[in-house]
Design a binder for this molecule. Sequence first.
Ligand code: SAM
Ligand code: GLN
Length: 291
Amino acid sequence: MNDKIWTIGRILKWTEQYFKDKGIESPRLDAEVLLAHVLEKQRIYLYVHFDEPLQPGELAAYREMIKKRVLRVPVAQILGEKEFMGLTFKVTADTLVPRPDTEILVQAAVDRLRAMAGEEPLRFADIGTGSGAICLSVLHYLSGTVADTVDISPAARAVAEENAASLGLADRITFHTGDLLQPLSGISFAAILSNPPYIPEADIAKLAPEVRLKEPHTALSGGQDGLDFYRRLANEAPAMLVPGGFTAFEVGIHQAGDVADLLKANPLIDRTEILPDYAGIDRVVVGWRKN
Ligand code: SAM
Ligand code: GLN
């Protein structure tokens, strides 16, 4: 960038071309989102202020963001936050960025837990909670629920705890650090939810650099065929459900049938459901425990 006066319109145009040259997938959108964040405005503001010059401090902050973006840091990590289910979640390099697909799991859980609501507060678990996106959204949209979360990463847990506090949900959630269901032994749940790591090890190399290089490997790898976590969950989770309770797992492309079969192989499960995402891909598998 040279020393000409940088207006909003000019810098957006420059950044769009620069990002394009560097192979960034959505160059214009990313430029706008980052600049709007620096200016603390909505994106629409940019369009009606193309001729407005940037202040030196704004320009410096924006430059730092551009540098990170061309190193393939995801936009959400640069901003330090991501919107999910209409709520704002802090994210860092230690947490998976919550994906829109995961909203299908949250919606499925909210609908089914709501239908179960009775006298007691309903207790559910979120396994591999990351930023806390799943369990905090369910807690936010469904009063009368309490949650236990587990993650193997203490750094992710710290982020989830911050999100619980900022969303005013800290008093309805218990955090555990450890391996899958192990920290929860002896507890019964109305529902056990999880978006576990599910990418087959050999496919990780094919992911976008933003994911492959900048998101935690422990959040992605599901072992050789991607199903390692489902095998363990399908085996162990049904015994930790109340009668009539359910498991709901997000799954990767082409995994739904296998995951439903793993659940059906557990004698405590009497039926499963498979739910598609916005793109029509089977994305969530629900397993119901016998009454
Ligand atoms: N629930 C978040 C979401 O949907 O955005 C994050 C999901 S991310 C795909 C999977 C999470 O599982 C990561 O936060 C990772 O640290 C955690 N994890 C990986 N192995 C685990 C294990 N053995 N026990 C518990 N959590 C684990
Ligand atoms: N949906 C993520 C991706 O495609 C993977 C998340 C997971 O393994 N659960 O990058």
